[in-house]
Design a protein around this ligand. Structure first.
Ligand code: CA
Length: 400
């Protein structure tokens, strides 16, 4: 869950200001935190809760930098899906379906959300609780509350965090997450937690950090409140008639009969099912996979407003259920790499003397620089993307 909206120049300037935190800016930050105290008290936060939480807090310039760089907008969809729906995540998801089967059964019966979807959200959001973010929420949110363009947004999230601290539902050290404040196994924002987290294991605490049942129940509760309808599909891959010129786009919803009349067919040749209006999603235009998506897709979209993200959850849920990869290939000859292949790529770069550090499957600045240097060394064009072509070139440079 990441708040959208690109930001530009002024934010970066602020980030630079914070980087050195000269005395004047430090004083501004201190004054801002002081003004937040009054607001917190007005919202029922005790002075003690506030003072303990904000004691010695300093601005985090990387939060403002991160506002400027949101990977979903720069990454080709095939890279995004190659990582989020790879064999590892499918295997981990299936293992968790078994391990948490009885909890998931209760979640299904209470909320009516299919267990594969709940587990897919868990896998995409936090890699099943393994990647929940390490930044102290209070620091990140205080930074956003006192600088940048979205101060009101971050102030509300900070106040919600303080309320959570005061509730004692989770210990202070557990409240760590992304730069934007998404935290726990569900990666809820603090205000979302306040509205939608549930105590599914019944211990009296809503703990989406330490309790898997609370995280799974809270995810299902979120989806139901976002409009999830039980036993309905999110959608499915379809085939367009040759030369299709009709409408598309998530917001352009029409009756299924309309899509049939336009010649859209299910890929497996069976009748197209699903109730209610559907939209035709063409992530890469008419060349590439096409999907009819229903209201449940919008419930996934509500979790994190990016179509590529919703499609990753949707597809992972299908794969967990035993479904196959998309039938139509993405329109590229340089596809994405799974996490396993990314680690292999990093190991190959290391072997060839382009140091990326210990292979971890995360493509950061160091790996990108190494890819660029490797490509230059064999006369390939300047590019730092980790795709199948550079991977193959690394395995066999002579054949580039
Ligand atoms: Ca609980």
């Amino acid at each position: 869950m990441i708040p959208r909206r690109g930001a530009s120049g002024p934010l970066f300037a602020l980030a630079l200001l914070f980087a050195g935190t000269p005395p004047a800016e430090a004083a501004d930050f201190g004054r801002c935190v002081g003004s937040l105290r009054g607001e917190a008290l007005g919202r029922g936060i005790s002075g003690q809760t506030f003072d303990t939480a904000l004691a010695g807090v300093e601005p985090d310039p990387s939060v403002l930098e991160a506002m400027d760089a949101q990977p979903e907008f720069k990454t080709p969809i095939w890279d995004y899906l190659a990582v989020l729906v790879d064999e590892e995540r499918i295997a981990d998801g299936r293992a968790n379906l078994e391990r948490w089967a009885s909890v998931l059964e209760q979640v299904e019966s209470r909320y009516g959300v299919d267990r594969h979807v709940v587990v897919a959200v868990w896998g995409v959001e936090s890699d099943f609780g393994r990647q929940t973010g390490a930044r102290a929420l209070v620091r990140s949110l205080a930074t956003g509350a006192c600088a940048g363009r979205r101060q009101k947004f971050f102030r509300d999230e900070l106040m919600a965090t303080l309320a959570i601290l005061q509730s004692g539902d989770m210990p202070a050290e557990a409240l760590r997450g992304s730069w934007a404040g998404a935290f726990g196994q569900t990666q809820f924002m603090p205000t979302t937690y306040q509205r939608l987290a549930v105590d599914f294991d019944g211990d009296g605490k809503r703990d989406i950090v330490g309790s898997v049942p609370d995280a799974l129940g809270s995810t299902a509760n979120f989806l139901v409140k976002a409009g999830w309808v039980s036993a309905e599909p999110w959608g499915y891959e379809v085939r367009l008639p040759a030369g299709y010129t009709g409408p598309s786009g998530r917001r352009n919803r029409q009756a299924l009969a309309q899509w049939r009349a336009r010649g859209v067919t299910a890929l497996d040749g069976r009748p197209m099912g699903g109730n209610g209006a559907a939209a035709l999603l063409l992530p890469t235009g008419k060349n590439g996979p096409a999907f009819l998506v229903f209201g449940n897709f919008n419930a996934l979209y509500a979790y994190n407003a990016a179509e590529s993200y919703a499609l990753a959850i949707a597809h992972l849920s299908d794969r967990l259920r035993g479904g196959t990869a998309f039938k139509t290939p993405w329109p590229t000859d340089d596809g994405g790499l799974s996490r396993a292949r990314r680690r292999e790529l990093q190991a190959l770069l290391n072997q060839r003397g382009f140091d990326v550090g210990a292979p971890d499957g995360a493509i950061g600045p160091r790996t990108r620089a190494a890819i660029r240097a490797f490509r230059a060394s064999i006369g390939l064009s300047e590019d730092e993307r980790a795709g199948t072509r550079v991977f193959e070139a690394l395995k066999n440079p002579a054949a580039k």
